[in-house]
Design a protein around this ligand. Sequence first.
Ligand SMILES: Cc1cc2nc3c(=O)[nH]c(=O)nc-3n(C[C@H](O)[C@H](O)[C@H](O)COP(=O)(O)OP(=O)(O)OC[C@H]3O[C@@H](n4cnc5c(N)ncnc54)[C@H](O)[C@@H]3O)c2cc1C
Length: 458
Amino acid sequence: MAIPASLRQDLCDIPVLEDPGSLRMRSRDFFWFSPILKETLDDKRADIVVVPRDKADVMRVAAACARNRVPLTVRGGGTGNYGQAVPLAGGVVLDMTKLDQVIWHRPGAGRFGAGARMLDIDRALAPAAHELRFYPSTRQHATIGGFIAGGAAGAGSCTWGQISDPGAVLAVEVVTIEEHPRVVELRGRDVLKVMHAYGVNGIITEVEVPLAPSHPWCERIAAFPSLAAAARFAHAFTECDGIAKKLVTVHDPQVVPYLRRLAPYAGPGQAMVIIMVSEPQAEALELLAADHGGEITFRRGAEEARQAAFAEISGLQPLYEFTWNHTTLHAIRIDPSITYLQLRFPPANNLELVDWVAERFRDEVLLHLEFQRRFGKVTCSSLPLVRYRSAERLDAIMAELDAKGVAVSNPHTFVLDNAGWKRVDAPQAEFKRMADPYGLMNPGKLKHWQAEDMQAIA
Ligand SMILES: Cc1cc2nc3c(=O)[nH]c(=O)nc-3n(C[C@H](O)[C@H](O)[C@H](O)COP(=O)(O)OP(=O)(O)OC[C@H]3O[C@@H](n4cnc5c(N)ncnc54)[C@H](O)[C@@H]3O)c2cc1C
C-alpha cells in the first residue's frame, strides 16, 4: 500500500527506515523453519519501518495509524517462528527495540521497557544478583515484550513453568491504537488479554515480571546409552526440588549429529542431556546421572558459561543455544529439508508417550525433550525435528499424535486460534475491540477478524 502523505506528516521527526534492505529484513522472522509458511510469507513487506525512541513516540505512531487507517505490526527482536511479526497487509512495522530501559528492579520483581532484550536485562540485573526466571533460547535477540506476545517457555522452565502460568507476568502496560491513544495498565489475570496475542490488540510498552535470585549456572553434558535412559534421568533430575537448575534438555541420538559442535560429546548411538545447574550442586547432579547410567562428557564452570552467554569470550556458545528451537536452526543448516512440530507430553505418562513416539516415527520424527515443571508436576515438551515429506504427511503425523494424547500445536500456521497454544480465548478478542477498534493491528493473524480488518483498511 502507498503510505499516505498525512501519515508521514503525523510521524514528524520519529526515525523511519524505508530502504529495501531494511523493509525486507524487518518484515521477516523465522517462519522459514516451515516450508508451508515460507511459501506464503516470503514476499510480504512493510511499507515503512518506524523506530520510536520512547513511549511518547509510540503514542504518536498509534495515533497516526488510527487517523490514517494504516495497518501496524509490532516487532521486537523478530525471532518468532510463525510469521507473527510479518506484516501481511504491509503498512507500518513498529520496531520496539529502542524502548529498552530497565525501569526499576528490587528483590523479587522488575519492570522493563518492552523492547529490552532478555540477555541485556540479565546483564543489568547481575550486579544485584537477580535474574529473569526464564528466557527463550533466543535470549540474545528476543525482547521481553516479544516473549510475552509471542513466546512460551525456555531455559528456566524446568523450575518456573511457562510464561502463561499464574504469576509469571505481574503487569503489562499497553498503548491503544486510537486517534487519542490511551495507556492501559493490565495487572494480574488481565495480563492474559495480551499474552501470546501476537500484538493484535495493543502495543506493549512496559512489562513487570517476577525475578529469581541468580545462581552460578555451570554447564554439563551427559551421554546416555538410549533416549529412554536419558529421558528417565532428565525426569528424575527435574523432580529433584533440592537442586537448583536452569535447563534440562534431552537429545535423541539421531539429533546429536545435527549439533555439530556438541556431537563429539556423545558416542555413536548415544543420547545427550544438556544441563545448567547451580555450580555447588553439580556434584549431586553428576551422582544422579551416574545412577542412571550416564557419563559426564562436558563440563564448563559457571564463570566461563556466564562469559560465553554475555559474549565476553569467544569459543563455544552458551549451551542453551543448542536447545529448544535452536535445535531446528542447527539441523536446518545441515539439512534444509528438515522442519519441526510442537508437542507437549502429559505429566501422567510423558515417558511412555516419548517411548511410543520414538518407536512409531523412528527416523521421521526426531525427538528432543525440554523438561519443565507445570503446576507442581514434571513433564516435557518437544519441538521435534521432522524429515519433511509433504503438508499432508505433517497433518497425518499431527493427527496421530493428537489421537494418542500428545498435545500438538501446529507451528505451520500464522493464524491465532487454530490449535493448541495458539488458541485464543474471549478476553483477547474482547480486548482487541477496545484497544484496536479499527482492526489495524497485525491484520490477518486473528481468526474471525479478517473481514473487519480488511474493512478498516479499505
Ligand atoms: C532459533 C529459535 C529458538 C527459539 N526458542 C524459543 C524458546 O526457547 N522459547 C520460546 O518461547 N520461543 C522460542 N523461539 C521463538 C521466539 O524467539 C521467542 O518467542 C521470542 O521471545 C520472541 O521475541 P521477539 O522479541 O523476537 O518477538 P518478535 O518475533 O519480534 O514478535 C513476536 C510477536 O509478538 C508481537 N510483539 C513483539 N513485541 C511486541 C510489543 N511490544 N507489543 C505487542 N506485541 C509485540 C509481534 O507482533 C509478534 O506477533 C525461538 C525462535 C527461534 C528462531
